[in-house]
Ligand binder design. Structure first.
Ligand code: B12
Length: 254
């Protein structure tokens, strides 16, 4: 019998054997270097809610604005997303990190002392069938901090519920978040139901699955890349009006 030596085969086919990296080791290479972002990102990745709050508390004590810290929390979720996409970590890790992230957002919101003078009403939601609500929560937190009255419909919101809320609340703008290519089509349905009812409200859509080309396919759609774009667009609507073409001119890349 011929004895097969794996090392010979690997040499022959020029396969490089790489040592698999432990998740903690892989994450170390991705954390931002400066503090307190680094410690916050690490605690998010590890899903350690208490540590997240402790680091945030310290940073606020040292004079950091609670709302700026929401951006720092995102650095942790970026590490989670990268390693999940690369198959280094799995769904249970992601769930723990997501919970830690949401706790962190709530904590920052509770510590923000910015006064609330309502500049207008905005309806926020996550598309039907989609539970990914971290981005939407950031959008809602920044809008509230920017002085807007947010009607947060939550996640996995049926198309009809969004349409009814828009009819009832008469917002100056609607936001939609979708992270799955299967759920983002709900935006087009919402758009069609609103247009049928004669409602021409700007509908800013974002989230990992969505891009400008998709959003331009429906009449009321304006693309939003970063959570902060929601505040910028709401401010623009107040100053310059709600014409979709004008908003696309300002917020889309040409
Ligand atoms: C966290 C996470 C989860 C968590 C969600 C927890 C929660 N409460 O949100 C849990 C574990 C529950 C989960 C479940 C699932 N997930 Co998941 N998940 C992720 C992950 C790792 C990170 C997403 C995230 O929170 N990112 C951070 C936030 C801050 O980013 P964001 O939402 O995009 O928001 C930013 C911007 O887009 C913008 N933004 C967002 N909305 C809006 C709106 C406006 C108006 C504006 C201006 C801006 C804006 O603001 C934010 C910051 O600037 C992604 C991987 C990835 N690469 O994205 C997969 C991912 C989204 N999940 C995926 C999948 C498939 C699933 C599951 C089906 C897994 C399964 N097999 O069961 C389920 C889905 C269940 C369902 N029906 O929804 C896929 C989707 C693939 C696709 N293209 O369709 C991804 C891309 C992973 C992958 N590569 O396969 N998931």
């Amino acid at each position: 019998m011929i004895e097969v030596k794996p090392s010979d085969i690997l040499v022959r086919y020029n396969v490089k054997l790489e040592k698999e990296m432990a998740p903690e080791e892989a994450a170390e290479e991705l954390y931002p270097t400066e503090e307190p972002v680094r410690s916050i990102a690490k605690s998010i990745f590890e899903g350690e809610e208490d540590d997240v709050i402790e680091h945030l508390e310290k940073a606020i004590g040292a004079g950091k604005d609670p709302l700026d810290l929401i951006t720092d929390l995102m650095a942790g979720m970026d590490v989670v997303s990268k390693l999940y996409d690369d198959g280094v970590i799995f769904l249970p890790n992601v769930m723990m990190s997501a919970d830690a992230m949401l706790e962190g957002i709530d904590y920052c919101k509770s510590k923000s002392t910015k006064t609330h003078e309502s500049k207008g009403k905005i309806v926020c939601h996550v598309a039907e069938g989609d539970v990914h609500d971290i981005g939407k929560n950031i959008v809602a937190a920044l809008l509230r901090a920017g002085g807007y009255d947010v009607v947060d419909l939550g996640r996995d919101v049926p198309v009809e519920e969004v349409v009814e809320a828009v009819k009832k609340e008469k917002p100056i703008m609607v936001t939609g978040t979708a992270l799955m290519t299967t759920t983002m089509f709900a935006f087009k349905q919402i758009n069609d139901r609103l247009v049928e009812s004669g409602i021409k409200v700007p509908f800013q859509c974002g989230g990992g699955a969505v891009n400008q080309d998709f959003v331009e396919q429906y009449e009321l759609g304006v693309y939003g890349e970063e959570a902060g774009d929601a505040v910028k667009m709401a401010d623009t609507i107040r100053k310059k009006g709600s014409k979709i073409d004008g908003l696309r001119d300002q917020f889309h890349q040409h």
